[in-house]
Design a protein around this ligand. Structure first.
Ligand SMILES: *Cc1c(COP(=O)(O)O)cnc(C)c1O
Length: 367
């Protein structure tokens, strides 16, 4: 995150303006600058208090709240729980779908003729670990099935910036700027969408259903980004080139260490995914458990960012769902390794050495 000294000019702007939240100068500036990076000249950006608020507002703006005829929201079982929380807060009952073995996300084509579609009010595909999702297939699906789609690309800032024309457009995309993500405003989020009227509905949903006139005309919440968070976002954007270079150096160190220890094919790194993640596919629950224990013994923290799949979270254990063989293979096996822009090469090499040792000893003793 940017240091205090980089925030100072923006904080002084807040003092001078005496404008603290409700779409002030800094929020507008951040949205304009993000639009230049992410919009490809057609999509625009509306900021939010969090990625989850951005998903909710995008759902309310495109699908509205759930109805008795269409109570379901379709989403992948392999995601962070926020996706399910967001649809639930818009009145939907989550229905969990399995992901593809190679991309770890939903395939639009596979939803054709799904028995739940007739009772579905919104589909929320997830860009796993910020991996790019093309708009085209989902725009086609939404038109053909006549079901609105909102893409949860929470960690997808870099994928969107790398190819905005492919990843933004008529389907609203939600981003998170939470501090674990590569680009962050501390807490925060945004919706990127080419539909200007739709974006006004996003603004309204993020402000209690109030737009222009002080009366509430739709479902809503307080999901606005404050000027203080916009200050952090602007400072983060000022130094983004530097951050991105540091991230690339960390990715290169992981890449080189993994090659040296012969486990490169197990690692998933940027630019395939967002650069705030370095993932290792241990191949099985047992392999991943050994890996986590071995890392912990050397005081190296690791994390299954998406748990074991939504259906293994206590609150969601009874969620309606398809069979989930891919999620049940991928989720327990994929372990998040330490990753941040100023991680040292020594720490990376120690992590990879530990991982390589675990994977090699498991190969020697098949179970
Ligand atoms: C981080 C994340 C969210 C939630 O974003 P917040 O800003 O923490 O609300 C939602 N979905 C996915 C896939 C995420 O990674």
């Amino acid at each position: 995150m940017p240091r205090a000294v980089r925030l100072l000019p923006y904080l002084e702007t807040i003092d001078a303006n005496r404008w603290y939240t409700n779409r002030g100068e800094l929020v507008n500036l951040l949205e304009t600058r993000l639009g230049d990076v992410l919009g490809a000249g057609k999509a625009q950006v509306v900021s939010a208090a969090s990625g989850t608020a951005a998903i909710e507002a995008a759902i309310l703006a495109t699908a509205g709240r759930a109805t008795p005829r269409r109570p379901l929201a379709l989403l992948p079982a392999y995601t962070f729980v926020a996706t399910a929380s967001a649809v639930e807060r818009c009145g939907y009952v989550p229905y969990l779908l399995d992901v593809e073995p190679d991309t770890w996300t939903l395939a639009a084509a596979r939803l054709n003729g799904h028995p739940m579609l007739e009772r579905t009010g919104v589909v929320v595909p997830v860009a796993p670990y910020g991996r790019a999702i093309a708009q085209a297939a989902w725009a086609e699906f939404a038109a053909r099935a006549n079901v609105p789609v909102v893409i949860d690309a929470a960690a997808g800032f870099e994928a969107l910036a790398a190819d905005p024309a492919r990843s933004t457009g008529t389907i609203p995309v939600a981003l998170s700027f939470q501090a674990t993500k590569a680009f962050s405003s501390g807490e925060g989020g945004a919706v990127i969408w080419s539909d200007a009227d739709g974006l006004l509905r996003v603004v309204r949903s993020l402000n209690f259903g109030i737009l222009w006139k002080r009366e509430s005309t739709s479902a809503g919440m307080n999901g606005k980004m404050s000027e203080y968070h916009a200050a952090v976002g602007l400072a983060a954007l000022d130094e983004w080139d530097h951050t991105a270079r540091a991230n690339r150096a960390a990715v290169e160190s992981y890449d080189r260490a993994a090659q040296a220890f012969g486990i490169r094919e197990r690692l998933v790194l940027a630019p395939d995914i967002a650069s705030n993640y370095a993932l290792l596919d241990a191949g099985s629950l047992a392999g991943a458990s050994d890996l986590v224990a071995a890392l912990q013994a050397r005081k190296i923290e690791s994390r299954r960012w998406y748990g074991y799949g939504l259906h293994h979270e206590p609150y969601w254990r009874n969620a309606q769902r398809d069979a989930l063989p891919q999620t049940d293979r991928i989720a327990p096996s994929v372990v998040g390794l330490p990753m941040y822009c100023d991680i040292s090469r020594d720490d990376i090499e120690r992590t990879i050495e530990t991982a390589a040792h675990v994977l090699a000893s498991r190969q020697r003793t098949p179970v």
